[in-house]
Design a protein around this ligand. Structure first.
Ligand SMILES: *[C@@H]1O[C@H](CO)[C@@H](O)[C@H](O)[C@H]1NC(C)=O
Ligand SMILES: *[C@@H]1O[C@H](CO)[C@@H](O)[C@H](O)[C@H]1NC(C)=O
Ligand SMILES: *[C@@H]1O[C@H](CO)[C@@H](O)[C@H](O)[C@H]1NC(C)=O
Ligand SMILES: *[C@@H]1O[C@H](CO)[C@@H](O)[C@H](O)[C@H]1NC(C)=O
Length: 322
């Protein structure tokens, strides 16, 4: 009997360790709490974890992604926002880290790898910070042992892009993850993006669904101006074309051949993404986003459902590569 109980305990422990982890690798490969793999190729902020309860804390982890500027155009985590709320007294902390801030901590110049943005909770009371055995990552370990967050940020010209990401582990039995799509890590149910897609009758890739959910998330304040305009357009100026915009436009930032081409035109992929969303959301009638997109996408591969409309409506000499 004792053996059985022990076995059951080991089993429960293993299951917990498995389902209470969400992580991001290489700036784009997300593994959710339900152990489902998703790609997040969006050069903006997104709620990986949003007010998920773990022990006495509610935790929020919001990576800010970017496409690195050098020739390889990889996805990287440029900045990392972490929020914690201590449930027992409602005290909060919100902070942001990036490579420079983390490096100052690793060099002993700063007591914590964060710049505080808001809140009265003193994070050095909540967390122990440490370099991991790999010296290019930083770990935040809750002092009461309830959770750890490890993150690696991008450093140009090194191998850091491979480490670019985070891992959140909750070791407490009090684990109440927020549902998908409020957080992309989901609530432990498998295939959350595929289920959302099916429930809403969406076609196309799951990456279109992810794009839709990131920009439709009202609880998320985008800071980059192109990201903010994309989100505002989707939320307020789209009138029924929201999914169509996601479906048509995600490839500009989700497929290398598009964002590399936009960069070759000396334009920004984030800006092309925004103009594409504005154009589709206007039911292909807005001349300003049409013109801007024609400059950004000239000579690029056919963006199905958009490139030809741009050429027909506002840029008769647009070159489209078929
Ligand atoms: C936070 O707490 C630490 C140690 O508990 C203390 O040294 C530090 O001054 C505190 N910081 C603030 C801003 O109160
Ligand atoms: C959490 O991180 C700390 C600091 O790096 C480490 O000592 C500890 O072992 C980690 N906890 C678990 C359960 O892995
Ligand atoms: C988890 O989220 C899914 C949607 O992704 C929802 O259908 C389900 O009811 C949720 N489960 C719990 C236990 O909240
Ligand atoms: C969108 O434009 C098409 C073609 O001009 C038109 O047939 C359709 O009614 C428009 N839809 C809306 C919702 O405005």
């Amino acid at each position: 009997m004792l053996k059985l109980i022990l076995l059951a305990m080991v089993f429960v422990a293993v299951v917990h360790a498995d389902t209470h982890t969400c992580l991001l690798r290489k700036g784009k490969k997300l593994r959710t709490f339900g152990n489902t793999k998703e790609r997040v190729k969006i050069p903006c902020k997104y709620h990986a974890i949003s007010a998920t309860r773990c022990g006495n804390y509610k935790v929020t982890v919001t990576p800010g992604n970017a496409i690195e500027a050098d020739k390889n155009k990889r996805y990287i985590v440029k900045t990392m926002y972490v929020g914690v709320e201590r449930i027992s007294d409602g005290m909060k902390f919100e902070g942001r880290s990036d490579l420079h801030i983390a490096q100052k901590f690793l060099d002993g110049v700063k007591p914590a790898p964060f710049n505080k943005k808001d809140g009265a909770l003193n994070i050095t009371d909540v967390f122990d910070f440490g370099p991991t055995t790999e010296d290019d990552k930083v770990t935040l370990a809750a002092k009461d042992g309830s959770f750890n967050i490890t993150f690696g940020l991008y450093k140009a010209g090194s191998t850091w892009h491979r480490k670019s990401g985070f891992q959140f582990d909750c070791y407490s039995a009090d684990f109440e993850p927020t549902d998908y799509p409020d957080q992309l890590c989901g609530n432990g149910t498998k295939h959350e993006a595929a289920t959302f897609k099916a429930d809403n009758g969406f076609q196309d890739r799951r990456q279109a669904t992810t794009f839709y959910n990131v920009f439709m998330n009202q609880g998320l304040a985008q800071t980059d101006s192109d990201c903010k305009t994309t989100a505002d357009t989707m939320a307020k100026k789209c009138d029924g074309f929201e999914y169509e915009a996601a479906q048509k436009c995600w490839k500009i930032v989700g497929r290398k051949r598009f964002h590399k081409c936009v960069t070759r035109n000396l334009e920004k992929p984030e800006s092309a993404m925004r103009h594409c969303v504005e154009y589709v959301c206007s039911n292909y009638t807005d001349p300003n986003s049409c013109h801007a997109l024609s400059d950004e996408m000239d000579g690029c591969s056919n963006l199905v459902g958009v490139s030809e409309k741009v050429r027909d409506h506002c840029a008769p000499d647009l070159t489209i590569r078929f």
